[in-house]
Write a protein that binds this ligand. Structure first.
Ligand SMILES: Nc1ncnc2c1ncn2[C@@H]1O[C@H](COP(=O)(O)OP(=O)(O)OP(=O)(O)O)[C@@H](O)[C@H]1O
Length: 594
C-alpha cells in the first residue's frame, strides 16, 4: 500500500560502491522539483514530455486494436500519476529518458526520431515501482581505503525483487555526474520512500548461535546485517548465551525504541521470542496469566530469519527457507497477522506458541533432544525410527503404547449472514464465528496435533495442517487413534505426498477454537530407555516426567505439562514480517527413515 510522504530526510548520505567507469555523461534536464506550488511555471516542458511519452506509447508491436487499448490504458495510468522529475541518466551503456512520479521511476532509451516523427521507445521502456524500492544511495567512485568524498557517479535504487517465493536485492544504477541533478533526484526519491510507514528503522535482534549447524551468527553477519545496513535500519543485537536468555531480555527491557524484533534461529528460538513478546505484552497490560484471560496483542512485529533444522514458522511465512527473503520481508515492512495459541493448565498460562503435538510427536522430540550429540538430521531420524520400532512394545519398566486420553474440543462454527446494502441495493454476505459446544471423546491415541498455522516444511510442503491458514482464527486438531504400526507409518508417509494424509479411518480432523486434553495413563510416553542407549542416557540424563506431567512438543520445544492442558486459539494476536503462502517452495525432502 502506498502512503503519502510525511517528512523530509537528510539527503547527503554518501554511498561508496563500485569502481566502474562512466563512459558517457548526458546533459541534465530536470522537469520538476516535486514542489507542486511551482508546477505552473514548469508546465511547458512537462506537457512536452507527456506528449512525447504519449506518442511513444502509441508505437508498439502486435495487434493494432490491442496496442491502442494497451497504450490508452497505460497512458491513463501515467496521466493520473503526476510527473515529479524528468531527466537524463545513463543506465547500462545507453542514455535514458527517466521520469519520476510518486509511484514509480520509468526509463526508456533516448533514440533519434523516425521520419514520421515517432520515437520508438516503448519496446525498451522499463520501470520500477517505488513500493518495491527499499533505499536510494548516492553512488561515488572511491579509491581503496577512502572513507568519504570521491567522484560522484550517480544514484542507485535498491529494489526488492521477487522470484517465486524468493526475495532478493536488485541494484539499478542511474549514472549522471552532476551533483545538483543527483541531489534533486536523491532528495525526492528519499522523501517518497520515507512515506512507507510499516518499514522498520530500528530492530532488536536475537541470534541463537546454537541453532542447527551453529551457523546462525554467520548467516546474520554475512546475509542479513549488510541488508539492514543498506536499508539504514539500526540494530541492537543479542547473541543468546543460553536457553531462556531472549525470554528474560524481552521480559525485562524497554522495547519502546524498536519498530520490530528479529529472531535468527530455528523454531525453538522463534517460539521463545514469541512467548517473550506476548508475555511482556500481557505484563504491560496488567493481565493476570494465572487465570483464563483474554490476551492483548504484541505491540511489535516479529521477523524470522531461518537458521534452524526444520524452520516451520519461516516456511509457513515465506514459503522458503532463505535468510535473505526473511530479511527482505522485514525491510519492506510486509506485515502478516498470525493466530497464536495459549497453552494453560488448571487456569495457569504455561506459554504461547503456534503448534503442539502429544504422543508420537512429543516422544520423538524427547528422544531426539536426549541425543543432541548426534547431527540434527540424524538424531531426528533416529528418534522417529526408534519410537516407531518401540510402538506398542514394553521395554523393561517403560512401556511405549498409545496414550489413553480424554480429548475435548470446541469446534469452530461459522454462520453466513446476508444483509442488504441500502446504497448499492445488493446483498452482502458475511461470515461469523459463533460459539459451539464442547465435544468429548476418549480412547487410545497414537498422536494428537493442534496447529494454529499450516506448519509448512520441506517434508510436508502443503503443511502438517494444510486445512488451516496463518490468520483464519481457528486451529486444526488432528487425532490419530490407535492402529497398527504399518497403518500409522502409511499416514505419516502421506504428509510427504499430495495424497490426503487424513483419509484413514483412525484419523479424525476438526477445525477448533479450543482443545482440552487429559491423559489418563501415567508416565507411558515418558521414556523408553532401552539397553542400547543406556550409555547416552547416562551422559544426557533423561527428561523424566513425574507421575503428574506429560511431554508435549510445542513448536519443536519440549514442554512438560501437568495432566490437563487447555489450548486456545487467539486470532491475529501477533504480527509477523512475511506473507500468507499456500505451499512451501522448498526442495522436497523425503524422510528416508519411513
Ligand atoms: N546459546 C544457546 N545455547 C544452547 N541453546 C540455546 C542457546 N540460545 C538459545 N537456545 C535454545 O536452543 C533451542 C533450539 O534452538 P533452535 O530452535 O533455534 O534450533 P534447532 O533446534 O536447530 O532448529 P529447529 O527448531 O528449527 O529444528 C531453543 O529452544 C533455544 O531456546
Amino acid at each position: 500500500m502506498f502512503e503519502t510522504p510525511r517528512k523530509s530526510i537528510k539527503t547527503r548520505d554518501a554511498w561508496s560502491e563500485s569502481q566502474e567507469e562512466l563512459s558517457e555523461t548526458q546533459p541534465v534536464s530536470p522537469v520538476g522539483t516535486g514542489n507542486r506550488g511551482k508546477k505552473k511555471k514548469k508546465r511547458k516542458p512537462q506537457q512536452h514530455a507527456e506528449k512525447q511519452l504519449a506518442s511513444s506509447l502509441q508505437i508498439c508491436t502486435g495487434d493494432p486494436c490491442e496496442r491502442k487499448e494497451q497504450s490508452e490504458k497505460r497512458y491513463t495510468d501515467y496521466d493520473t500519476d503526476e510527473p515529479i522529475l524528468r531527466g537524463i541518466f545513463q543506465i547500462g551503456k545507453k542514455s535514458h529518458d527517466v521520469l519520476l512520479t510518486s509511484r514509480r521511476v520509468t526509463w526508456s532509451p533516448i533514440q533519434p526520431e523516425t521520419p514520421t516523427g515517432h520515437v520508438e521507445t516503448l519496446r525498451h521502456m522499463e520501470c520500477v515501482e517505488l513500493k518495491d524500492v527499499f533505499t536510494v544511495k548516492v553512488k561515488r567512485r572511491r579509491s581503496a581505503g577512502q572513507q568519504t568524498g570521491g567522484t560522484l557517479l550517480g544514484i542507485t535504487l535498491f529494489q526488492c525483487q521477487k522470484k517465486g517465493s524468493k526475495l532478493k536485492n536488485r541494484e539499478i544504477h542511474f549514472n549522471n555526474m552532476s551533483t545538483d541533478h543527483c541531489e534533486i533526484w536523491f532528495k525526492n526519491i528519499k522523501e517518497i520512500l520515507s512515506g512507507f510507514q510499516n518499514r522498520p528503522k530500528s530492530l532488536k535482534v536475537f541470534v541463537n548461535p546454537a541453532s542447527h549447524k551453529k551457523e546462525a551468527y554467520e548467516i546474520y553477519r554475512d546475509d542479513v546485517a549488510p541488508l539492514f545496513q543498506l536499508a539504514d535500519i539500526k540494530t541492537d543485537v543479542t547473541i543468546s548465551a543460553r536457553k531462556g536468555h531472549a525470554l528474560s531480555i524481552l521480559k525485562e527491557s524497554n522495547l519502546d525504541a524498536y519498530d520490530g524484533v528479529v529472531v535468527v534461529g530455528g523454531d525453538g528460538s522463534v517460539a521463545e521470542v514469541v512467548h517473550g513478546l506476548l508475555l511482556r505484552a500481557q505484563m504491560d497490560a496488567g493481565r493476570d496469566t494465572d487465570s483464563i484471560f483474554t490476551p492483548v496483542r504484541a505491540p511489535l512485529p516479529l521477523g524470522v530469519i531461518p537458521a534452524g533444522s526444520t524452520d516451520i514458522v519461516a516456511c509457513s511465512l515465506h514459503g522458503i527457507r532463505h535468510p535473505v527473503t526473511g530479511a527482505m520481508h522485514i525491510i519492506m515492512g510486509n506485515h502478516q497477522e498470525v493466530d497464536v495459541c495459549s497453552f494453560s493448565s488448571f487456569g495457569r498460562l504455561l506459554r504461547f506458541g503456534f503448534s503442539a503435538m502429544f504422543g508420537f510427536g512429543g516422544q520423538t522430540l524427547a528422544l531426539a533432544e536426549r541425543n543432541r550429540w548426534m547431527p540434527p538430521g540424524q538424531r531426528r531420524e533416529y528418534a522417529v525410527i526408534k519410537t516407531l520400532a518401540n510402538l506398542n512394545l514394553c521395554l523393561g519398566m517403560f512401556v511405549c503404547r498409545p496414550e489413553d486420553c480424554e480429548l475435548s474440543y470446541l469446534p469452530v462454527k461459522k454462520v453466513q449472514t446476508e444483509t442488504l446494502d441500502p446504497v448499492k441495493n445488493e446483498s452482502i454476505k458475511d461470515e461469523h464465528v459463533i460459539e459451539g459446544s464442547w465435544s468429548t471423546t476418549q480412547g487410545l491415541f497414537l498422536n494428537i496435533s493442534v496447529m494454529a498455522i499450516p506448519c509448512l516444511c520441506s517434508m510436508a510442503p502443503r503443511g502438517l495442517a494444510p486445512t488451516t491458514r496463518l490468520n483464519n482464527g481457528s486451529m486444526a486438531l488432528i487425532a490419530a487413534r490407535n492402529t497398527s504400526r504399518s497403518e500409522f507409518i502409511k499416514h505419516l508417509k502421506r504428509y510427504n505426498s499430495v495424497n490426503n494424509q487424513f483419509s484413514f479411518s483412525f484419523v479424525e480432523t476438526h477445525t477448533v477454537q479450543a482443545v482440552k486434553l487429559r491423559p489418563r495413563s501415567q508416565g507411558s510416553w515418558s521414556d523408553n530407555v532401552s539397553e542400547d542407549n543406556r550409555d547416552c542416557e547416562f551422559k544426557n540424563p533423561p527428561i523424566i516426567s513425574s507421575e503428574e506431567t506429560y511431554l508435549w512438543n510445542v513448536d519443536g520445544d519440549l514442554l512438560e505439562a501437568p495432566s490437563e492442558l487447555l489450548i486456545r486459539v487467539h486470532p491475529q494476536l501477533l504480527t509477523l514480517f512475511g506473507v500468507d503462502v499456500e505451499e512451501a517452495e522448498e526442495p522436497h525432502t523425503k524422510c528416508s527413515c519411513i
